[in-house]
Design a protein around this ligand. Structure first.
Ligand code: ATP
Ligand code: MG
Length: 647
């Protein structure tokens, strides 16, 4: 049995959801989803109220997903206008620039309204109409949020491309969605360096239709080249633009945005989210999972280029009238104390980040954290990958000072919002466990071979979801066939997540990694996450990635890539020590066959380890690495290939 961490009596007492309420609400959400979601649908303002709640078909060949489909609403009106009367002067966005010496900005709901209305009018002047696509390629500046909300205001569909992507990736996505306008900035300051976004955009646009217009926000004022007739200066247009733009009346099922998945497992998929259900789900999960209360300062460190930034920097918090922090920088600039300094500076109450950032910061030592005043923190969260118990404990003890519940939120670009997570006041957390389904979510574990539901505990297998929820993706952009193939064909009648999971004796869920990452050693199936967590638990190991490779006797062998802590030297002795360590932590069956020292691991630009590439290297099949367009730093891969361990 793993150690559990129940919420403190004070947290449990004050939380929106305590244990009894969770049980009752969860049971109600499953027993009568229509009634449950009818009630939750009231958390947004409708122009025309819905009469239908759910209309879903999961049958392969006929998959269709609709929520609140006869209702109409506008997302920007829900995120802005409805707050103006009571929260007009309240800060909607705190902008914390990359350079700590540049002053932070506090943007009130009134100011947000002015800026979004102006941006909406500028887009209309550029010819954008309801249903048109607008691509954003932006730094983490308030104008990125204005642009998202401006699209929503006029009914345009935004597609954000993370500013770290290359001109090629940007061009592909502009063409893929047949966008009318690209919104970008001159430069994107990050970690003391400035990425030349406009120049990247220029290169991308060479491969796009001539009719695509480019709206440019001045961030640094640095030099850019200009194409008359195609490029438009936001800072100039905004001076003249009207600050009144009526919100378009959108159907609940009109698309709100298209967003590509991270590309960890293959070609990124253009995920389509729609208007009504998405907003209900983003707002509800933001409030309940983070136990958000009026006047809390909420900080999600993700980039708006990822779904986490969509749901938990912009749409969820603003729908709830919250104050949301937008951080332009990186955790290690000017030094490894930056996150914690920002928490102190803005008295952050909820802090939400990714395990990759925590592992990187953990390797730098505790002083960077402990020298800051973190007494404002109440709730911590993680997302993106399984969090190793070692990193969890560090987060809990050093950052949260043992006081803050950690919500380990499991979800996907496809799901729009959290599907499994502990709730701060309701669940005794277990480090590394995503714990319980959110309301309305029915996870099932299937036998990977037979596809039959395993109903007893403990269980391990493929993680699927039985029924729909309002925040679910509706289709792959212009490729409904791929949507059905990817999510509804392998296990008929379920939404297939692509992830593996375990359910323990208490019925709590543990994500074991991608189904493709499960390894089978001499007939024993294990998730790579388990071996990685054992390695990371060793004091000299900062990060580890584990993959299987074909093995004559065992079927599959275990190949480990290990990044050592700052200042630790690789040696044959340490290799032996780590092997023994894993054997004692998990058992002889998990004994690594190869350990390769990895100065860095291949990651997506959102910071996730790309095991499919590591698998190819372990298999010595480096001629065909697959789609590498989302790889953050290609030189890491070259190094790993050159220093491959084993035969
Ligand atoms: P692609 O689908 O293109 O391969 P991706 O799956 O990495 O990329 P995302 O939608 O950004 O794209 O990530 C969702 C995945 O991240 C989940 O399916 C899961 O594997 C992993 N994940 C997210 N949060 C957690 C978590 N809290 N615990 C474990 N795994 C998580
Ligand atoms: Mg995925």
């Amino acid at each position: 049995m793993s150690k559990t961490f129940p919420p403190s009596p004070e947290i449990a007492k004050n939380a929106h959801i305590d244990s009894a309420k969770y049980d009752a609400m969860y049971a109600a959400s499953i027993a009568d989803p229509d009634a449950f979601w009818h009630e939750q649908g009231q958390r947004v303002d409708w122009i025309k109220p819905f009469t239908k709640v759910k209309d879903v078909n999961y049958n392969f060949g006929d998959v269709s997903i609709n929520w609140y489909s006869d209702g109409t609403l506008n997302v920007s009106a829900n995120c802005i206008d409805r707050h103006l009367e009571t929260r007009g002067d309240k800060t909607a966005i705190i902008f914390e620039p990359d350079d700590p010496n540049e002053p932070a900005q506090h943007i009130s709901y009134k100011q947000l309204s002015t800026s979004v209305n102006k941006m909406a009018n500028i887009l209309e002047e550029l010819g954008v109409r309801k249903g048109d696509r607008v691509v954003l390629y932006m730094p983490m500046i308030p104008e990125a949020a204005y642009a998202m909300l401006a699209c929503a205001r006029i009914g345009a569909i935004h597609s954000i491309v993370f500013a770290g992507f290359s001109p090629d990736a940007l061009g592909t996505r502009i063409n893929g969605s047949d966008a009318k306008v690209l919104i970008t900035a001159d430069y994107a300051p990050r970690g003391g360096k400035a990425t030349p976004l406009k120049s990247n955009a220029d290169q991308a646009l060479l491969h796009c239709k001539d009719s695509v217009k480019c709206l440019v926000v001045k961030r640094t004022g640095g030099q850019t080249t200009w194409t008359e007739g195609r490029d438009f200066d936001y800072n100039e247009l905004v001076l003249e633009a009207s600050d009144v733009c009526a919100p378009a009346e959108m159907s609940a099922e009109d698309p709100l945005f298209v967003l590509y998945t991270s590309g960890s497992t293959g070609m990124p998929k253009g995920v389509v989210h729609t208007t009504g259900g998405y907003l209900v789900y983003a707002s509800m999960t933001h409030e309940m999972v983070f136990d958000y209360k009026e006047n809390d300062i909420f900080w999600c460190t993700a980039d708006v280029g990822w779904v986490t930034g969509h749901s938990y920097i912009v749409y969820g918090p603003l729908a709830n009238g919250a104050t949301t922090v937008m951080f332009e920088g990186v955790p290690t600039y000017p030094d490894a104390s930056r996150f914690w300094q920002v928490c102190e500076k803005h008295s952050v109450n909820q802090f939400y980040t990714a395990p990759t950032a925590l592992r990187a910061l953990m390797g730098q030592g505790n002083d960077f954290v402990t020298k800051c005043d973190l007494s404002s923190l109440r709730i911590l969260g993680t997302v993106g990958e399984p969090i190793n118990p070692e990193a969890w404990n560090w987060y809990n003890e050093i950052v949260g000072q043992g006081r803050c519940p950690i919500v380990d939120t499991w979800w996907q670009t496809e799901t729009g919002g959290h599907l499994m997570t502990p709730l701060p006041g309701a669940h005794a957390m277990k480090p590394g466990s995503a714990m319980k389904p959110f309301f309305g979510i029915e996870p099932v574990i299937l036998d990977p071979q037979t596809g039959i539901e395993i109903t007893t505990n403990p269980a391990e297998g493929v993680l699927c979801i039985k029924d729909s929820w309002p925040g679910q993706m509706r289709t792959v952009w212009e490729d409904h066939e791929r949507f059905q193939q990817t999510y509804f064909s392998d296990y008929k009648g379920y939404y297939f997540t692509g992830d593996g999971a375990k359910r323990d004796e208490d019925g709590d869920y543990w994500i074991t990694g991608r189904v493709d990452d499960v390894i089978n050693v001499s007939g024993h199936r294990m998730g790579t996450a388990e071996v990685e967590s054992a390695l990371v638990a060793h004091s000299k190991v900062a990060e580890a990635a584990v993959v299987g490779f074909p093995h004559d006797i065992k079927g599959q062998g275990i190949y480990c890539y290990v990044t050592l802590m700052n200042g630790e030297e690789p040696s044959e002795e340490l290799r032996k020590e780590l092997r023994t360590w894993v054997r004692t932590e998990i058992g002889p069956i998990a004994s690594p066959d190869f350990i390769q020292w990895a100065p860095g691991l291949p990651k997506t630009r959102s910071g996730k380890i790309m095991r499919r590439i590591l698998r190819k290297i372990a298999e010595n099949d480096t001629g065909s690495l697959g789609d590498t367009s989302t790889l953050a730093d290609p030189s890491v891969v070259e190094d790993l290939i050159a220093n491959r361990a084993g035969a």
